[in-house]
Design a protein around this ligand. Structure first.
Ligand SMILES: Cc1cc2nc3c(=O)[nH]c(=O)nc-3n(C[C@H](O)[C@H](O)[C@H](O)COP(=O)(O)O)c2cc1C
Length: 570
């Protein structure tokens, strides 16, 4: 029973006060995986290095209709990868040097690999092809060439100029450090990558939708992760997902013959015959020695494998000018963000805080505004959801249990943000019966935020997050509470991974919001699962906390030097 196996993986990879999830218990530095995959023998095509300027205001990302679509060219594809997966800085401390990227990653191990399936475009190719994104070089590696008629057939149902992106995970990169819990972290990171790509697409006026009806076999076949000969001595990649990206203004409904509906899967006929592809390159080996094998990860991979294809489709709004405005507080008047930063500035400066000052408070207005950004407006059609929630074609299943420490005008204590009003009663029933569930003072009516219990939650927050001070020293921290049993029962065991992806998207939105409001955030994958549940009264698996997060005033580490991401920018 795969559902039982998923639940077993989840239970067995929980951290407990007296026992962490199984891992090697030490770091085998000699075997540390290379964070950069390359395909030897495939041609490397440099993407143009672009100047920093020329990006919309950060707040325009959320203003429907504010960003006109850019054409798909080598320069805009370069920008798309720069803002989603590229290196944004090198850090140096003594002899050690490491890269940080637009997308965060648990332990900075970066298991997520990015792929592009695109028709020939000026600047890098005349043929349709599958490319692997090489982050260190900011370049594309040609993995496979497609006969044009095959590629056209594959994307026939999508708007003009559409292309596909795909993600996969090198699970070993996370398992090297985190052992059995690594499969969870790979899913978090995939969620962050989905969101960073969706937001990068938005800076160019592009839409993006996860092709979530696609089976994992199809994702693997299209990305080439199922080609054992190309991974002979190399650590393999687990296929995560495919998404379609297209210029919004040139989308469906605007011209004759354009689709009104977008399928959530690819035509089986078009993907069934992949034999005409010419493949290039062999994956590099990432560790000197062998990977450590974790039976529980194999089990999770098997149990969450999506073997079904659903031929569902979604209505496609003409462009995003119809998107619902964010409720009340989340739609700040222009220039609400201090200094009116550009989207590019915020994306490039995003960092995880290594420590917080234990002093900085944020205003309740900015707190409400940040929270409003993670509301998916569950009642709306998918196409009318605010960015980036239009990328995930499922009903929201994650809610936020917040530990408020320093928000001006709000009592410190435990709060709940219910991202889908249908979950309010089940959450009330599942948590402590004495919780108050009162709207906090000044909270916009359309922000479903509730005060559960006043009190100083700092010590508890740190204790629950593996004794990490970052959960106590910020303005607020939180646990992302999933509708666990019901989601798995409704969709199937493969949805386990989606629950984590949704938490990653929430995390990415909050990372950028924190920067835009002049503070900083950090994702927290290390927390004691059941003690968190007990702290808020959850006694079974109807709801489970999957990811923690913290926001506050950062303390910089003066020992670190920051270096430019790439040698030269045009
Ligand atoms: C899923 C996830 C879990 C994380 N867990 C922790 C954590 O428990 N503690 C911590 O200090 N940082 C944590 N981080 C922050 C990462 O260490 C950080 O993203 C990584 O070092 C890259 O740095 P950057 O975010 O500045 O690019 C986490 C990040 C992610 C995405």
């Amino acid at each position: 029973m795969t559902l039982d196996e998923v639940v077993r993986y989840h239970q067995e990879t929980k951290h407990h006060f007296n026992r962490y999830a199984r891992s090697l218990g030490r770091l085998d530095w000699a075997n540390q995986p290379d964070p950069f995959r390359r395909y030897a023998g495939s041609s490397l095509i440099a993407l143009p290095r672009l100047k920093a300027g020329d990006t919309p205001l950060y707040e325009d990302l959320y203003r429907p209709g504010a960003i006109a679509s850019e054409p798909v060219t080598d320069r805009t594809i370069s920008r798309f990868f720069e803002y989603s997966l590229a290196i944004t800085a090198w850090k140096q401390a003594g002899e050690a040097r490491w890269a940080l990227r637009a997308n965060p990653s648990s332990g900075n191990l970066h298991p997520t690999e990015g792929y592009l399936l695109i028709d020939g475009i000026a600047g890098f190719s005349t043929e349709p092809g599958l490319y692997h994104y090489a982050a260190k070089e900011h370049a594309l590696e040609l993995r496979a060439q497609w006969p044009r008629e095959k590629f056209t057939a594959l994307l026939k149902a999508f708007p003009p100029h559409a292309f596909l992106i795909g993600f996969s995970s090198v699970i070993w990169r996370e398992a090297w450090k985190y052992g059995e819990r690594a499969f969870r972290y790979c899913q978090h990171d995939a969620g962050h990558a989905i969101a960073s790509a969706r937001i990068a697409a938005r800076t160019l006026g592009w839409r993006m939708l996860l092709l979530d009806g696609t089976s994992d076999d199809t994702v693997a076949a299209l990305l080439g992760t199922d080609r054992p000969g190309d991974f002979e001595s190399a650590e393999r990649e687990h296929p995560d997902c495919l998404a379609v990206v297209w210029p919004a203004d040139q989308g469906a409904g605007t011209a004759e013959g354009m689709p009104q509906q977008l399928p959530l899967s690819l035509s089986m006929d078009a993907v069934s015959d992949l034999t005409q592809l010419t493949w290039h390159g062999k994956a590099n080996r990432l560790s000197h020695g062998d990977s450590v094998h974790w039976e529980n990860i194999d089990r999770a991979e098997r149990a969450t494998w999506k073997s079904s294809t659903e031929e569902k489709s979604v209505d496609l709004a003409q462009d995003d000018s119809h998107a619902q405005p964010i409720p009340g507080a989340g739609n700040p008047p222009q220039s609400a963000y201090p200094g009116q930063p550009t989207a590019g500035q915020i994306i490039r400066q995003r960092r995880s805080a290594l420590a917080f000052d234990g002093e900085t408070a944020i205003s309740s207005a900015s707190f409400f505004a940040m929270l409003a950004r993670v509301l998916p407006s569950a009642d709306c059609d998918l196409c009318k959801r605010p960015m980036p929630w239009d990328v995930l074609p499922w009903e929201p299943a994650i809610h936020l249990a917040l530990f408020v420490h320093r928000v001006d005008g709000l009592a410190p204590g435990v709060y709940m943000l219910v991202r889908d009003p249908r979950a309010t009663d089940p959450l009330r029933r599942a948590t402590h019966p004495h919780y108050a569930w009162t709207p906090p003072p000044g909270c916009p009516e359309d922000l479903p935020l509730y005060l559960l219990e006043e009190g100083n939650a700092r010590q508890m927050a740190a204790q629950l997050s593996c004794h990490q001070d970052i959960a106590a020293d910020g303005a607020f921290s939180l646990g992302m509470i999933a509708e666990f049993d019901a989601s798995l029962a409704r969709h199937g065991p493969w949805f386990y991974r989606r629950l984590f992806w949704e938490t990653g998207v929430i995390g990415q939105v909050l990372y950028l919001e924190a920067e835009a409001w002049g503070v900083r955030a950090t994702g927290i994958g290390c927390f004691f699962d059941d003690p968190v549940h007990r702290a808020i009264g959850i006694q079974d698996t109807a709801f489970q906390s999957l990811y923690h997060f913290t926001v506050g005033g950062p303390v910089e580490d003066p020992r670190l030097t920051t270096l430019a991401p790439y040698d030269s920018q045009d």
